[in-house]
Design a protein around this ligand. Structure first.
Ligand SMILES: *Cc1c(COP(=O)(O)O)cnc(C)c1O
Length: 378
């Protein structure tokens, strides 16, 4: 049974709900009013906590949500969220009854699944609202843009489908070169035209993720799908910036131990760091078991507004920092491993670069074992 008591922990992910709301307000002003804002809350809303982040989004102009798995959708429904939920990706036949039970709008990218949903819709006596997924070059999910003349007419014959939407997904939307993105958009528009000629006119047309929201205004159609940008993180270094859109997630930990080292003493597994002078080493009880990257003698924390280096390797439960430049540091002091302290900021881009991955991976990688602290409290 899930306990409702939140036990204290000296390390946590903090989410600034006021900034999150401000980000949505700015996004709403940025995108034409005729364009619906869908919040992509998959993978625990990239670390924010899906339910809390979805509530803020829905209270601030988002009109629908997207997730990838049935479990993610269930979590939102269990929390009482009744907004439309798009189920990204592709289903298998045994998922169909669950999609209906949770009142979801699945993406459909094959004739087999279109038939399965139509069959289920007929059985229950009400059409199933689906979004036609069109593969325009990502080559992951969806009906091929090349042969709409073969799959379009079949869809038309299925009695119990409602074409709630049609979507495609960019393979590259956040780089300077928008060439392939434009090719994909043209392919998508071609497919929509063919569908329309067959009297299939989906209600919601959507192609853009965060990169497209920023840099491909011609491809907004009447809905955009926003994930990363909502939490104030940009999908790349080169995409357009929106003034006032700022990060909402930070990783914090309090000093839980301090060790006094003599010259020649080493720190951690493999003795990877050696003291060259008498040293004070601070210990933070957060490690790769929480999703912090497994760095070695790399990475920094902010403490009393200063940057201090991580020394030795990050372990599963803890990491060590050199307190040489912060003599006033004491047990219980708050450090920031990701986010702002004073005037300095450790960005998610910085952490992603150090660990050889992308921002999405760092954010979504923070595990459930790290409590989420919402400010102001919810
Ligand atoms: C994850 C995802 C998005 C959101 O992408 P962001 O870059 O986070 O905005 C949009 N559409 C699809 C199909 C996705 O899988």
């Amino acid at each position: 049974m899930k306990s409702t008591v939140c036990r204290p922990r000296s390390a946590w992910v903090q989410v600034d709900l006021e900034q999150l709301a401000r980000n949505w307000e700015i996004l709403r002003r940025e995108v034409p009013a005729s364009v619906s804002l869908m919040f992509v809350a998959k993978d625990n809303a990239y670390g924010l906590g899906a339910v809390e982040a979805a509530r803020v989004a829905l209270d601030h102009h988002a009109d629908s949500l997207a997730v990838f798995t049935l479990g993610e959708a269930q979590e939102l429904r269990d929390a009482g969220i009744t907004a439309p939920i798009l189920l990204l990706g592709e289903r298998l036949a045994d998922e169909v009854p669950h999609v209906l039970e949770l009142d979801l709008e699945p993406c459909v990218g094959s004739v087999e699944m279109a038939e399965a949903f139509s069959h289920a819709g007929r059985t229950r006596g009400r059409p199933v609202p689906i979004h036609l997924k069109v593969n325009t070059g990502m080559n992951r999910f969806g009906f091929s843009w090349r042969n709409v003349d073969s799959w379009g007419p079949i869809l038309k014959t299925l009695p119990a489908l409602e074409f709630r939407g049609a979507l495609s997904h960019f393979a590259q939307s956040d780089e300077l070169d928008k060439g392939f993105a434009r090719t994909q958009s043209q392919r998508f528009e071609g497919v929509l035209k063919c569908l329309s000629a067959q009297d299939i006119r989906p209600q919601w047309i959507h192609h853009c993720n965060s990169g497209g929201v920023l840099d491909l205004p011609d491809a907004h159609f009447n809905r955009v799908r926003v994930g990363l940008l909502a939490q104030g993180v940009y999908p790349s270094e080169v995409c357009r910036r929106l003034e006032g859109v700022l990060p909402v997630l930070s990783l914090r930990a309090r000093l839980t131990a301090i060790q006094e080292l003599e010259i020649g003493d080493t720190v951690g597994y493999g003795m990877r760091w050696r003291a060259e002078r008498p040293s004070r080493i601070g210990v933070l009880s957060v490690g790769y078991g929480d999703g912090y990257p497994r760095l070695r003698n790399q990475g920094q924390a902010l403490l009393h507004g200063r940057r201090v280096p991580i020394v030795g390797g990050v372990t599963m439960d803890a990491l060590m920092i050199d307190l040489a430049d912060v003599p006033e540091a004491q047990l219980g002091d708050e450090t920031v491993l990701l986010g702002m302290q004073g005037t300095d900021c450790i960005t998610v881009q910085e952490l992603a670069r150090l660990s050889g991955t992308v921002t999405y991976d760092v954010l979504a990688g923070f595990r459930a074992r790290l409590p989420r602290v919402y400010c102001p409290q919810v």
